[in-house]
Design a protein around this ligand. Structure first.
Ligand code: BES
Ligand code: ZN
Ligand code: ZN
Length: 508
């Protein structure tokens, strides 16, 4: 990823293949736009008059300037109603601009940072300093491609190859802010790409060992610590649930332990726990074969955890953060756990495994127990945990369930600003009862007539968290893969990294 340039030229004398102007819906053209319009013989005002462009969200208008002004083309992108412009709208608009230039073999693109302050300031849902950051984020995120496994001549020609220069155009007074924002966006997007890459790699490459090696690499590059617990250590800790899930696979499991210390030494850390099932066949309770390949993404929570630590460290956030990724492959085999088997978890609680496909909660159980050694100020787990969550919320939001209203609210707010939305589901005593087993302490699925699969999964996890520790569980099954947003190309989204960074920034 090349760094974004910051420029302060006047629009009409700015040398670029395409100058993008972001336009809120009802906004009257200002002096600059009028000047451009004049030089283009009224092409812009005519488009407004004919309603070919009105500024609706992600609406575009491409105008070749035919030598009348320095930019070779002007691209207008709509932001929707001016009082409703958010960081997310800017991110999408910016990515929409990049999609347009993909079609138009453009080698340089400039994004004019809109001035959304003035009399509308009080209505805005976005702070002025976040405008440049959102534009940079949207642009960079949309550039993601994963083509490692394509032979050279089969790789698609995309804007990554043709686009040589991406700039933010701003006035001189905002130059420093824009530069800082662009640098910050770059670091965040880098971390999202770490997650997207891990998720995109197939299961035969992204094994638990590969996940662990990647985490080590990321830790070294960003100066935080990372250790890996293997089978022997897991046995020592009595992590029977994590070991149980992995026992059907020839791939050894790994518990990735990452520690970033940006805050005071004695400050209690936030612990992030991410499900790291590198492939989920379902085990003996095997999944149907249709689309099973998608289950290489069952480590998306773990990938987001590694990405979040990378971002926290590279941004040098003044806070302590621990990342835990219980990584294993869920396979059927002669050694695999069977329905009815009982496992003893690190907490001492026993678990009747009635469905080996409900494996995520098993590996998370031991990681959550392990998290207690940090006496955390908050524990947040992320997991592609239930198909039920995809049924409930589709691909528009992750579910958040927890034991602390403040933590849940903070996470929901971070979701709104980052565009990684969360929706709160309840967790009641009845749900907790539903995962009590007749012959062990817990069972890993509840009876079919209970329903609420996303919530009962959370109820199971709750049994492994101390009631006094603020805890939130994010089910990201519906949002980790194949979102259709301008800045998320089909496939891995990296959901969670930006949300977590926002949250960590807010509380630090
Ligand atoms: N990894 C799956 C959940 C999943 C489904 C993630 C679809 C992404 C998309 C999880 O391990 C699983 O199989 N859950 C079961 C639980 C059930 C057996 C209680 C499910 O949702 O069917
Ligand atoms: Zn499963
Ligand atoms: Zn799974």
């Amino acid at each position: 990823m090349k760094p974004i340039k910051i420029k302060t030229d006047a629009f009409i004398s700015h040398n670029t293949d395409c100058l993008t102007l972001f336009r809120p819906e009802e906004e009257k053209p200002d002096a600059t736009l009028k000047e451009i319009d004049q030089k283009l013989n009224g092409a812009i005002s005519s488009a407004y008059k004919n309603k070919r462009f009105e500024g609706k969200a992600n609406q575009t208008l491409w105008l070749d300037t035919l030598g009348n002004i320095k930019p070779k083309a002007i691209l207008l992108v709509g932001l929707g109603p001016d009082k409703e412009v958010t960081a997310e709208k800017l991110r999408q608009a910016s990515a929409t601009a990049l999609k347009q230039i993909e079609k138009n073999k453009t080698t340089s693109l400039s994004l004019a940072v809109p001035d959304l302050t003035g009399d509308k300031k009080n209505n805005l849902k976005i702070e002025p300093e976040h405008i440049a950051c959102a534009l940079a984020e949207g642009a960079l995120l949309s550039l993601y491609r994963f083509e490692e496994y394509k032979s050279k001549d089969k790789k698609s020609k995309n804007q990554n190859d043709s686009l040589e220069e991406l700039s933010l155009l701003t006035d001189a007074s905002n130059q420093a802010i824009a530069r800082k924002s662009a640098q910050k966006a770059h670091k965040i997007v880098d971390a999202v790409f770490t997650a997207r890459d891990l998720i995109s790699h197939p299961g035969n490459r992204a094994t638990p060992t590969f996940l662990a090696q990647t985490a080590k690499k990321v830790a070294r590059a960003n100066q935080f610590t990372c250790k890996i617990l293997g089978r022997k250590e897991m046995e020592k800790f009595g992590m029977g649930a994590l070991l149980g899930v992995s026992q059907g696979s020839t791939e050894p499991p790994a518990l990735i332990v990452m520690e970033y210390k940006g805050g005071p030494k004695k400050q209690a850390p936030v612990v992030i726990v991410g499900k790291g099932i590198t492939f989920d066949t379902g085990g003996i309770s095997i999944k149907p074969s249709a689309n099973m390949g998608e289950m290489k993404m069952d480590m998306s929570g773990g990938a987001a955890t590694i990405g979040a630590l990378q971002a926290a460290a590279s941004l040098k956030l003044p806070i302590n953060v621990v990342g835990l990724v219980p990584a294993a492959e869920n396979m059927p085999s002669g050694n695999a756990i069977k329905p009815g088997d009982i496992l003893k978890s690190m907490s001492g609680k026993t678990i009747e495994v009635l469905n080996t496909d409900a494996e995520g909660r098993l590996v998370l159980a031991d990681a959550l127990t392990y998290s207690a050694r940090y006496k955390p100020r908050a524990v947040i787990d992320l997991a592609t945990l239930t198909g039920a969550c995809v049924v409930a919320l589709g691909h528009q939001a992750g579910a958040v369930i927890g034991n602390n209203a403040d933590l849940i609210q903070q996470l929901i707010a971070s979701g709104e600003t980052s565009g990684e939305r969360l929706w709160n589901l309840p967790l009641w005593e009845e749900h907790e009862k539903a995962v009590k087993s007749d012959i062990a302490d817990l069972k890993n699925i509840s009876a079919p007539n209970v329903g609420a699969g996303t919530i009962t999964a959370a109820a199971f996890l709750k049994a492994f968290v101390d009631d006094k520790t603020p805890w939130a569980h994010l089910d990201i099954a519906g949002v980790a893969w194949e979102l259709d947003k301008p800045y998320i190309p089909k496939g891995a989204s990296g959901f969670g990294v930006r949300l977590l960074i926002h949250y960590l920034e807010n509380i630090s």
